[in-house]
Design a protein around this ligand. Structure first.
Ligand code: GN1
Ligand code: MG
Length: 360
């Protein structure tokens, strides 16, 4: 904790620290909640940025600064109240940058949003509100004056994720291929269909827009009434297909169990959550979505559990070098769970399509 206190001392805005509590939800960055002694002062979130994953921290923080500044301006123009709870604020270190490098690690701090909570699960009511919010989030960023870079190149590029899987298979670095060969073969059968967005993009038929790209339920702060206050974890906010936000939200929200549920019988696709979210999202995003983007939203719902299965499996084959794991077979269990969800989403596709058609 001494080291953490020293890190915090590079952020002059933070006065007397009371407690530093590790938070364990994310799979990538190390995160702490920093409470302060002065009852009137705010609390903070301290994060050690995973520099292996986010190799260009300057670009990362540039994106985040542009996005938070722009959203704040939009909220002010719209005369919103309580703006402090609706957009993150990263605080400057003593050199004016929004991060501090200690010679080995990169650290950053943002204000903790007061009276907010994260949820593990959403109801149809909150799902509808989240849908509205994401449509708004994308709409607000549609006229961002600065250009954003890709903080992780090819992050949601399915062709690239397949290539990574094939490379892992060829290397078999952890000697796990024997166990997963049949699964890899089965997954590869659907690869062509799952890579269609990249092809349509090359043909000029699909645009990229600024998206959040990590819209799982746990990356949202809610107020006590279940309303979304604010989207957090902006590390992957970058140009992508709108499928990223739509599909990745439902990957967690419409799953009847956890992302790493070992009992596959518990994993189903929750159609009520889908309907509520799709309704909200299309309501606020239809002003800018193209007909093809709307038509492909059910594809997005299949794509994200599929992509996540591929990513977990790749990491499993590589010997768990990317995701933090809690036990030896964790990435394998996660893979099976995501693959099951993918199959459930596939079954739900006709109903999803019919629902969207009826909305329009
Ligand atoms: C990672 O950091 P966290 O847990 O919010 C990952 C996402 C995955 C997610 C799976 C930068 O997100 O892409 O969907 O785990 N983020 C990165 O839970 O790879
Ligand atoms: Mg994240």
């Amino acid at each position: 904790m001494d080291h953490l206190n020293e890190i915090i001392s590079y952020f002059p805005e933070v006065k007397e620290v009371r407690e530093i509590i590790p938070l364990t939800a994310g799979l990538i960055n190390q995160t702490y909640k920093v409470t302060t002694a002065d009852a009137d002062a705010c609390d903070y979130i301290l994060q050690c940025i995973n520099h292996q994953v986010f190799q260009n921290v300057d670009l990362l923080q540039h994106n985040i600064e542009c996005v938070t500044r722009h959203i704040k301006e939009k909220l002010e123009k719209a005369h919103e109240t309580d703006i402090k709870r609706k957009v993150l604020r990263f605080i400057p270190a003593n050199d004016g940058k929004t991060y501090h490098f200690d010679g080995e690690h990169y650290w950053r701090m943002c204000e903790f949003i007061p009276d907010s909570l994260t949820l593990d699960a959403v109801t149809p009511e909150s799902s509808y509100l989240v849908g509205l919010k994401f449509g708004e989030f994308e709409a607000m960023l549609s006229d961002l004056p600065e250009e954003l870079g890709e903080t992780i190149p090819d992050f949601h590029n399915m062709e690239f994720r397949m290539k990574q899987l094939q490379e892992a298979v060829a290397k078999d670095a952890a000697g796990r291929m024997e166990k997963v060969r049949t699964l890899v073969d089965e997954i590869e059968k659907d690869a062509d269909e799952m890579c269609q967005a990249e092809r349509l993009y090359r043909e000029g038929k699909l645009p990229k827009r600024i998206c959040h790209c990590d819209t799982k339920v746990s990356n949202m702060m809610f107020d006590k009434d279940g309303k979304v206050l604010c989207v957090i974890d902006l590390d992957t906010t970058m140009p992508s297909f709108v499928f990223s936000d739509f599909g990745d939200f439902l990957r967690s929200a419409a799953n009847t169990s956890r992302e790493d549920e070992p009992d596959l019988e518990k994993i189903h696709f929750n159609m009520e959550i889908f309907k509520a979210f799709a309704k909200g999202y299309i309501e606020s995003a239809k002003s800018f979505l193209t007909p093809l983007e709307i038509e492909m939203l059910p594809f997005a719902v299949k794509l994200f559990p599929y992509m996540q299965a591929v990513r977990f499996l790749t990491d499993y084959i590589n010997g768990d070098t990317y995701y933090q794991i809690q036990y030896a077979e964790h990435n394998y269990v996660r893979t099976l769970a995501q693959y099951k969800l993918y199959q459930e989403a596939k079954k739900a596709e006709p109903e999803m399509k019919a629902y969207i058609a009826a909305l329009l």
